[in-house]
Design a protein around this ligand. Structure first.
Ligand SMILES: Cc1ncc(C[n+]2csc(CCOP(=O)(O)OP(=O)(O)O)c2C)c(N)n1
Ligand SMILES: [Mg+2]
Length: 718
């Protein structure tokens, strides 16, 4: 096959490799009859050079910690990444390329997080990838400072990104890039595919600001590569400059042409998201001197050349392994910490350090969370905290926390600024770094602003911890703009996201324990602004039950004396049916059976968070009237759903159809638990501008109203 070398910086073999990448990409899309051929064709040269000459990687061990990270932020160009992965020997076969976008294939329409196959993050929702990369760069800087010692650059890698017009237009990328500039993340190199085209047509339709000046203003180094997307001499010059930069992140504004080489489709929006068509593909192949009848064809010399990446990768990792072995001898504790973190092990047993909160007092769960972090964070050096400019409200900063800044890479508290969406995406980037994890706070109502990142975390099972405080109308005077009502339901609707809304301080401690030990996806902690009574764990079921998602907290029985939390008197509570003695109140209370009581309550009161105390008050009032109410704390629906049928039936007995749910949010979802005869005490409109207590009263979160609801539900059930 004859190839004309016309591009600076490329050999004949390079040209052939690039053409192979282009053609595999367009053919994958054609075979699937869906996808995005234009971007891979336009960026094939740059991606090839980056991938084969700059990115440090070991295809035999895609998780090798010291690899460079590559993020295809323009995830619609996934065939570009899959072609590179296949040609350099990752676990993507030629058949996988032919099965692009098919059910169960390793080559989904957009890259989905698969670190064992070289997919560093899920991309496709534009703006997420480049923002994840900022988190990856932060994590690299922090860990380099933490682990590296003189002569031992254990953590020493860069983050490379290919981003498109859409990436740069998205607000999340602006937020993240602004922060990256502020933090001087010189380990971040973005190649911007400046192809002047997006779906609607020319970028002149909507995107005319000076992107170079914009990034300069963010504090980035900006380099420009002109030409047709194939001047690799100029591109390499830029890459070298970017690598040498020691103060700022770099963006290379790289002029390219969508669907490069296509006689009829190049530079058209039509090449963005539709197959080029068999005839056009033949024309392209002919133009480049390829046999138009051969498809998914990889010349032997291309195979051999691109597989050299494997040998180089093995060599690079072997050198690092040797370095790490010496490091282990010299710094055994650090090396052990590194290995624990890489294996996902926490350095301490959390049970030994979780604070216990004394019953009887009132403490906002956000404040309890702050106290938990104060105990835990000094012992968890690879967890990075932060807030989107609500630190004093979110209580996310622990007493000896140090800020992460350009001149303080040993800090691990991130000042995200008022950039919720970027915070979400950056935390995701930190959480896939392999060693570090992130949590960060904002008000629950602003979870909407970061929902895009929360969803990707859930889809990809990133272990990010989202801290959402001020979780209801209980926040009071700020009014309906700041009072979440639909947000519990909105977050619970996201599959794989554990939404935990603890009832008091001790449940909050257990929620943190669960979140930190849970590595198989993100967790959202929903915390109150206002005080919540700290429940007596000797009297009620212990907060360790939180791990089951929902549990029987207490059951009133007819004629029971006042509860201590309301009246100061101590009273025995009943152990509910189906709960084993060991799981109950440290074995102090006799079971209903032992007491000769009927095992079933008359009515169930289900509640979460700050409304659990209201439900307890109502249960007591009902008990005085001779009605046995079973109070169920339900901090995490998702965990409850994972329990056995038997357990679930013991907590919410099917035979008890009189049920009330109390939650300061919308009803959506609750019918599953309260059924047709149940009554929901919650919100059906936005809140109001008034003190929190007043809001609680006006919207019916009172003992009297819950008692009324219980009686109504009992009447419904008769
Ligand atoms: C958040 C988000 N909004 C919309 C889309 C749908 N979409 C996919 S690519 C694209 C824009 C394409 O333009 P560009 O980013 O310049 O990519 P190119 O066509 O140059 O490859 C859009 C709107 C998306 N993937 N993510
Ligand atoms: Mg474009």
């Amino acid at each position: 096959m004859s190839v004309t070398v016309k591009n600076p910086g490329l050999s004949e073999l390079d040209e052939l490799c690039i053409e192979t990448i282009r053609f595999l990409s367009m053919e994958g899309v054609q075979k699937a009859n869906a996808g995005h051929p234009g971007m891979p064709m336009g960026m094939a040269s740059a991606a090839y050079v980056l991938w084969t000459k700059y990115i440090k990687q070991n295809p035999a061990n895609p998780r090798w910690h010291n690899r460079d990270r590559f993020v295809l932020s323009a995830g619609h160009g996934s065939m570009l990444l899959y072609s590179l992965l296949h040609l350099t020997g990752y676990d993507i076969t030629l058949d996988d390329l032919k099965n692009f976008r098919q059910w169960g294939s390793k080559t989904p329409g957009h890259p989905e997080y698969e670190p064992d196959r070289g997919i560093e993050v899920t991309t496709g929702p534009l703006g997420q990838g480049i923002s994840n990369a900022v988190g990856m760069a932060i994590a690299q800087k922090y860990m380099a400072n933490h682990f590296n010692r003189d002569g031992f650059p254990i953590v020493d890698y860069n983050i490379y990104v290919i981003a498109s017009d859409g990436d740069l237009q998205e607000g999340v990328a602006s937020e993240a890039s602004s922060l990256a500039g502020h933090l001087g993340l010189d380990n971040l190199i973005v190649v911007y595919d400046d192809n002047h085209i997006s779906i609607d047509g020319s970028t002149d339709l909507s995107f005319t600001e000076d992107r170079a000046k914009r990034f300069e203003a963010y504090g980035w180094k900006v380099l420009v590569v002109e030409g047709d997307g194939n001047d690799m001499a100029a591109f390499e010059k830029a890459l070298k400059k970017a690598k040498a930069e020691k103060q700022r992140p770099t963006i290379i504004k790289f002029r390219s042409h969508i669907a490069f080489g296509s006689p009829n489709k190049q530079d058209t929006a039509g090449a963005h998201g539709s197959p080029l068509g068999d005839d056009e593909i033949k024309l392209i192949k002919k133009k480049f001197g390829w046999d138009p009848e051969k498809s998914f064809y990889i010349p032997d010399e291309v195979k051999a050349h691109m597989q050299k990446v494997q040998a180089e990768g093995k060599k690079a990792q072997a050198a690092w392994d040797k370095l790490f072995a010496d490091y282990t001898k010299k710094y055994p504790e650090l090396a052990a910490q590194f290995e624990d973190a890489a294996a996902g092990r926490l350095p301490v047993d959390l049970d030994g350090i979780l604070p216990a909160f004394e019953p009887g007092s009132s403490l906002a769960t956000r404040k309890a969370s702050g106290k938990v972090l104060a105990e835990l964070m000094p012992k968890l050096p690879l967890i990075l905290g932060g807030s989107a400019d609500l630190t004093p409200s979110n209580n996310t900063r622990w007493p000896d926390a140090k800020d992460f800044q350009k001149d303080a890479r040993d800090g691990r508290y991130l000042r995200y600024g008022i950039r919720e969406h970027a915070m979400g995406a950056i935390m995701n980037g930190i959480s896939v770094s392999g060693l570090a994890r992130a949590f960060g706070g904002t008000f629950l109502v602003f979870s909407d602003y970061m929902r895009g990142a929360v969803r990707v975390a859930a889809l990809s099972k990133y272990p990010t911890i989202f801290v959402f405080t001020h979780d209801s109308i209980g926040i009071g005077e700020d009014g309906p703009t700041h009072q979440p009502v639909e947000h519990f339901a909105a977050l619970r609707a996201i599959p794989n996201l554990l939404v935990i809304r603890p009832a008091d301080a001790n449940e909050t401690a257990q929620a943190w324990k669960y979140a930190l030990e849970h590595r198989d996806g993100p967790v959202a902690l929903l915390l109150t602004r206002q005080g919540c009574l700290v429940l007596d764990q000797d009297k009620y079921a212990p907060a360790t039950n939180l791990s089951k998602g929902a549990y029987v907290l207490w059951r009133g029985r007819p004629g029971l004396a006042s509860l201590r939390h309301l009246s100061g008197e101590a009273v025995p509570a009943l152990r509910p049916a189906g709960i084993l003695p060991a799981e109950m109140n440290k074995g102090k209370m006799p079971s209903p059976q032992e007491q000769g009581q009927d095992a079933l309550a008359t009515v169930l009161l289900l509640a979460t968070g700050s409304e659990v105390s209201v439900a307890l008050g109502a249960a007591e009032a009902l008990a005085k009237e001779g009605i046995a109410a079973q109070v169920v704390s339900m901090p995490c629906w998702e965990l409850f759903e994972k329990q056995s049928r038997q357990y679930k039936d013991s907590v919410i007995p099917p035979a008890v159809t009189a049920r009330v749910a109390v939650e300061a949010g919308v009803e959506l979802g609750w019918h599953k638990y309260i059924g047709d005869k149940g009554v929901f005490v919650g919100m059906s409109s936005y809140g109001a501008s008034a003190p929190g207590k007043v809001c609680f009263e006006k919207y019916g979160f009172t003992v009297e109203n819950v008692v009324k609801a219980a009686k109504k539900s009992i009447a419904n059930s008769d």
